[in-house]
Design a protein around this ligand. Sequence first.
Ligand SMILES: C[S@@+](CC[C@H](N)C(=O)[O-])C[C@H]1O[C@@H](n2cnc3c(N)ncnc32)[C@H](O)[C@@H]1O
Length: 299
Amino acid sequence: MLQAGDTSAVEVLMSRCDDEPVADDWQQRYKGGSQAYWDQFYRERTVNFFKDRNYLREEFGELMPADVAADPRRWVEKLASIDNQLETLSAVHSVLSRYTVLLEVGCAVGNGAIPVLRANPDLFALACDLSPVAVKLLQEKEEYKCGRCFAFPSDISHGPESQPTSEHISLEDAVPPRSVDHVTMIFVLSAIDPALYTDVFARLWRCLRPGGIVLFRDYGRGDLAQLRFAAGHWLGGDLYVRGDGTLAFFFSVEHLAVQFEEAGFEVLECEYRRTEITNRGTGLRMPRVWVQGKFRRPS
Ligand SMILES: C[S@@+](CC[C@H](N)C(=O)[O-])C[C@H]1O[C@@H](n2cnc3c(N)ncnc32)[C@H](O)[C@@H]1O
């Protein structure tokens, strides 16, 4: 039985010593065919799976005006829709200089971007996701029509020559260099093949202005979700595949910090956030582990 704080039991579970990694051909399918699995995920669950990430207002005060940063839990109004929508990237580019620009990568159906837009009227969100199904669901939301959000399908792990479809727009084509003040990455890097992380970081670096910050939150090593994977889901190291074909990587703070540093970023913060949940029936306490990081492109 696993108890919170029992690190040796956690290490045994993560060592997968009785487990064989998933066969290579299937690994390639999961890693290379990610869009199809995420599209199916959003076709089935539509906008009903993720909850609004209102906690971003508290955790990432950088995105907030001073009054909200001082009192992040106060009530903020929903976004009102406006008539004149920005329909094209060139129209978007022409207004960016009026705003603090947020690039939300892996935006899904907007549960990260919309709560921060509600709380900061000076923010413009460029929001992209691998899944065109998710992007369309976001575009259909009433609050999307606030005039300060532009969502587009993009694979952030690949450049202009190797986007999955002609509908996808690479970050190189969609985002002018040095135009972004903040990037948010909320549970997206864990969904990407770790072999591609260096490419992702280089792409984000290009988008950020000097002094701009990546705000990161994702699964930490030893999280309950990692410990619960049954045999047949392990791809090697800290990488797994869920039953629905989507990837899940579990980060160590040390490794993540080194990877951002190697990409040229300054590490402002990179730490585990731990909590535990208790099973009401058995009283068993189980660990939840996230990694939260802030990484700056030097001025
Ligand atoms: C676990 S969900 C998190 C969604 C959202 N950030 C949130 O926290 O509510 C991961 C998201 O990353 C997207 N994603 C996976 N690989 C991606 C890639 N290479 N480029 C852009 N988005 C990707 C998926 O389509 C999915 O919407």
